[in-house]
Design a binder for this molecule. Structure first.
Ligand code: SF4
Ligand code: MSK
Length: 661
């Protein structure tokens, strides 16, 4: 019997069709409700978000608080202050800065783990990991100033591993990868006190400043938050992406399948979920091991079906074609199909509720990181010194669960095909050809107006907004207006499910972008990877600047960024590094400083003058698209390439079509 009333509020639950635009998701929410299983969709309804916290107006940085300085109805700066006298601006800026610190810490600590494994692999101390992309290793060696011609590959790899690891504890000197940014950007960072030093140093500095009674100047706090965000984008995230590429291979275009329909009734289903590919790479190998397959068959299964969830999924999809079961808000729903034998989690974006949901089924939740345990879940710690055996232990545990399945399986039919794996190197090659890889054709098409501009659309799902809808409405509107889209994370998965990651999606494009996509054979929406792979977008943007004809800095480009359904602190860190890199970046859902008009005006307007990039906020995805396109046109005008363009008028039929996505 479906639960129609919310058990906490007694109110009628929202109809399922208002919760997601993904049919597989709707199907599973229906099943969860019928069986009385609580999911994030229902909990978001029964637990309203605290508006004071959401606006950044609550400080609990000391035991004299929490102090609440809520926004006024008229939108003026509140006149209350905290017990210590902290103003609403200080409180909002401190809260925002702490989000940046936490988000950056997540990406950077992921990178630290990757660097440690890379170094051990280079030293030949751990079997199973090696060097797959020699070209990229040589490039990194040169970035670090090594005389690569006089060194063996192993010497280069060891030195690169040591130098990457040293970026974390460095006390003086600039972060090395900041040199990859256009020179003008580097000068701007220096002038504005944004040039980042060591990764850990900047994060600790920001945590110190946000302690009670330290930095009480909101602009100074936002600046240090900028420096911390840059250690994420041009430090931790870039280190993780580059070293993962060297160890596991730089992605090249590959086809893949996505949505809950990739799960199989008659096979052992294992889902790898989280962000760190170190263990998932080994689980891929273990699942192909004849000994493991024989074990699965001995338990009555036809084989082993590995699928991914969240960004670990993006990592193993791009490099091995492993199918994706779904994005962030589908993690509980995958278990509710009744056929997931094990969900293996590493770090980040794993809801604690997966364990509660798994208890209704036979599914084993397996944690693998000492930093990310879940009470009640099985913990099989990943040992990089014996990685393949760690992975085999995990696969064996999953196989043992297969005969314990209970209840009727219910796998949604939906799957979609997609083309993924557009690394910066691949885009360069596809556009310029094998003899002279280059961004020149892209720049020429932007200058000529066939491509109006570039958008990065990234980030999460959020249970407080319709699952996947804002990503899709926004992206369809952008490509209709000839804006090419680069995407990562859960946004990329939303696009995959909706068929936007195929060359056939050119049918949604304006004529100029459609022509380019057809000529080059690429989709109008390019899947660039996981959340740490947003660093690929920074490198691509720098390469476009260096190619020439579109200004001297990232902030000169006709480009904009957006995370329409963000939810994590990592997303705020990513947004702030794009802003500090010169990109106009719009977020949806809520914005965490709106309790202070002073701080919000600073982020949304005044920053552009100083940093060349600024923040923006809109709830409606069409409004987000309008803001991004207006910004792109402003930049085209400043570059003198604003030749008259036919405007796409949005009639009612088109609106209805979009509402139906
Ligand atoms: Fe209140 Fe100031 Fe303490 Fe924050 S630091 S809780 S504003 S007294
Ligand atoms: S997984 S951070 S929900 S994009 Fe990177 Fe998706 Fe957001 Fe996690």
């Amino acid at each position: 019997m479906a639960q129609k009333q919310d058990k906490d509020t007694g109110k009628e639950k929202a109809p399922e069709k208002l919760l997601s635009v993904c049919d597989a998701t709707l199907h599973m929410i229906g099943k969860a409700r019928k069986e009385g299983i609580s999911t994030a969709f229902d909990r978001a309804e029964s637990m309203k978000a605290c508006p004071i916290g959401a606006d950044g107006s609550c400080c609990k940085n000391c035991a004299m608080g929490p102090c609440r300085v809520p926004a006024t109805k008229k939108g003026e700066e509140p006149d209350k202050v905290g017990v210590c006298g902290a103003t609403p601006a200080t409180i909002a800026a401190r809260n925002f800065a702490r989000m940046v610190a936490a988000g950056s810490s997540a990406h950077c600590d992921h990178a630290r783990g990757v660097a440690a494994v890379f170094l051990l692999a280079a030293q030949g101390k751990i079997p199973g990991y090696g060097i797959k992309d020699v070209q990229k290793l040589l490039q990194l060696g040169m970035d670090f100033g090594l005389d690569v011609e006089k060194m063996t590959l192993q010497e280069i790899a060891i030195k690169v591993g040591e130098l990457c690891a040293a970026e974390f504890g460095k006390q003086e000197g600039d972060l090395v990868f900041t040199r990859r940014a256009p020179l003008k950007r580097q000068e701007l960072w220096r002038k504005n006190n944004l040039m980042p030093r060591g990764i850990d140093r900047e994060i600790v500095d920001l945590m110190h400043r946000t302690h009670m009674g330290v930095d009480q100047d909101y602009q100074n706090l936002i600046t240090q938050a900028g420096r911390v965000a840059l250690v994420d984008g041009w430090g931790g995230s870039m280190i993780a992406t580059e070293l993962q590429d060297i160890m596991f291979g730089t992605p090249v275009p590959i086809t893949g399948t996505i949505n809950l329909g990739v799960l199989k009734q008659d096979e052992v289903n294992i889902i790898v979920h989280g962000h760190d590919p170190l263990i998932a790479e080994m689980v891929v190998v273990a699942c192909q091991d004849p000994e493991m397959i024989a074990l699965a068959k001995a338990q009555g299964a036809k084989g082993i079906n590995l699928a991914g969830m969240c960004c670990t999924a993006n990592e193993v999809l791009m490099r091995h074609g492993i199918p994706i079961a779904g994005n962030f808000l589908q993690q509980e729903l995958a278990i509710i199909t009744g056929v997931v034998d094990a969900m293996v989690v590493d770090v980040q974006c794993e809801m604690q509720s997966i364990h509660q949901v798994a208890e209704c089924f036979h599914t084993e939740i397996i944690t693998t990181s000492p930093k990310a345990k879940i009470e009640g879940a099985t913990h099989i710690e990943f040992d990089e010194h014996d990685a393949i055996n760690s992975a085999k232990k995990i696969v064996t545990a999953a196989i043992a669960r297969f005969p314990k399945r209970k209840g009727k399986a219910d796998i949604p039919r939906e799957t979609s095909q997609m083309v993924v794996g557009f690394s910066h190197e691949t885009i360069n090659y596809l556009l310029g050809g094998s003899f002279r890889a280059s961004y020149r054709p892209l720049n020429d098409n932007i200058i000529g107006g066939r491509i109006r501009g570039i958008a990065g659309v990234v980030g999460c799902n959020n249970a407080r907004t319709v699952h996947d809808q804002s990503h899709l409405v926004l992206i369809k509107e952008l490509i209709k207006n000839d804006v090419i889209v680069l995407t990562t994370g859960c946004s990329a998965m939303a696009c995959g499910k909706a068929g936007l990651l195929t060359p056939e999606a050119a049918k949604y494009c304006g004529s100029g972008l459609a022509e380019v996509c057809e000529a080059v054979g690429i989709p109008p929406v390019l899947h660039m990877g996981s959340c740490v792979d947003n660093s690929r977008i920074l490198i691509a943007a720098s390469a476009v600047v260096k190619e020439g004809g579109l200004g001297d800095d990232i902030s000169d480009l006709p480009a904009a960024g957006c995370a329409p359904e963000w939810m994590s602190e990592k997303a705020i860190a990513i947004g702030h590094y794009f802003v500090a890199s010169g990109v106009y970046t719009i977020f949806g859902v809520t914005f965490p400083t709106t309790g202070s008009k002073v701080v919000t005006d600073y982020l949304f307007q005044e920053l552009e003058e100083k940093w060349g990039g600024m923040w923006g906020f809109a709830k409606d995805p069409l409004e987000m698209a309008r803001m991004m396109i207006a910004h792109i046109d402003k930049k085209r005008k400043a570059l003198g390439i604003d030749k008259a363009r036919e405007r796409v008028l949005f009639d009612m039929a088109m609106r209805r079509e979009l509402d139906a996505v």
